[in-house]
Design a protein around this ligand. Structure first.
Ligand code: AVJ
Length: 323
């Protein structure tokens, strides 16, 4: 039987971030309709993302895991042991957990927008690591990085794996990295940011990863409509929409949309919108990076001492940088 935790995990109060309805409905009413990718992650969406990570076509998760496994000693030497490990978009917490042995964190702070999924993940993890204090935070970290006072302010390591930074456009990505840096204690001590970023590569490899043969990514994309219905009272029928994704080489990003299969009217309390057949709702960008892009971004955000690790095919990069 698992030992009780020395310091039990606590469910911290996240900052009040207001209702998502207003943001969602503004996006749906816009001339080019948009739903932010953060709304993918309802309980089913979080599970579908886990399924994506197991697909043969979706290389990022297993490639990053292999880099972590191969270079964990070098990563730990660069990062330093005993940090407060703040895991942005923790999901099932598997990536961070694979580094616990090497990093020996003093506190684990998984942050995720998907509250129920996060709490289930942490309950299981706390049984496997009863001695490690865990402080799960259910919040939208894209709008604020204000952390409760119980998160240790010294020797923080922000862990931002999976190329989630690629969901932001380049300007937002820079602003986000600056906010991470501002949440780090000044000076070049231990900690900093440990970030995983997907690299530019053959377009066929990229496009297969976001349009897999058995339709899991299509389901993940379409499920956002179920979540939007639950959050806003809209009456989207996922059957009326199709998954569209492609690589935009000029912008260095995968673009994902939902496309109306026929002329439609979508209604919600106090509003409605017509969509013409073929009209699209933008749901996600997934930017891809070169080594130079990564170094430039981190430097512009004020980070220094960047170290990078790659897989043999150079499909993915793991980077540590200090404040
Ligand atoms: C979790 C944002 C990194 O962009 O690759 C996977 C999400 N979208 N398949 C990505 C995603 C479609 C993923 N991130």
């Amino acid at each position: 039987m698992a030992q009780p935790a020395l310091i039990p995990s606590r469910w911290e109060d996240a900052p009040d971030q207001g209702a998502p309805q207003a943001e969602l409905l503004a996006g749906l009413a816009a001339p080019e309709a948009v739903i932010s990718p953060k709304y993918f992650y309802d309980p089913l969406g979080s599970k579908l993302f886990e399924a994506i990570c197991a697909l043969p076509e979706y290389y990022p998760t297993r490639t990053e895991a292999a880099i972590h496994a191969t270079h964990q000693q070098a990563i730990a030497a660069s990062v330093g042991q005993g940090c407060t490990l703040i895991d942005l978009g923790a999901g099932n917490c598997a990536k961070a957990a694979s580094l616990f042995a090497a990093l020996q964190p003093r506190q684990y702070v998984p942050v995720d927008i998907s509250a129920d999924f996060l709490h289930q993940s942490v309950a299981g993890l706390q049984e496997r690591f009863p001695q490690l204090p865990m402080l799960p935070l259910a919040m939208d970290f894209s709008t604020t990085l204000e952390l409760p006072a119980s998160v240790d302010g010294q020797r923080r390591l922000f862990f931002y794996p999976g190329s989630s930074l690629g969901n932001f456009d380049p300007r937002q990505a820079l602003a986000f990295l600056r906010r991470v840096r501002a949440a780090l204690p000044p000076g070049k001590g231990d900690g900093g940011i440990l970030i995983g970023l997907d690299l530019v590569k053959d377009v066929r490899v990229l496009e297969a990863a976001y349009d897999d043969a058995i339709g899991v990514t299509a389901s993940f994309n379409l499920n956002v409509l179920n979540h939007v219905n639950a959050l806003t009272g809209a009456d989207f029928n996922p059957r009326d929409w199709r998954h569209v994704s492609f690589y935009n080489a000029r912008q260095q990003r995968i673009e994902m949309y939902l496309e109306a299969r026929r002329d439609l009217i979508v209604r919600w309390p106090d509003g409605r919108r017509t969509f013409r057949q073929g009209e699209r709702i933008h749901t996600e960008y997934s930017h891809k990076f070169t080594e130079q892009d990564i170094l430039g971004l981190l430097e512009q955000a004020g980070f220094g001492n960047c170290r990078m690790w790659f897989d043999q095919r150079r499909w993915f990069a793991v980077c540590h940088a200090q404040a």
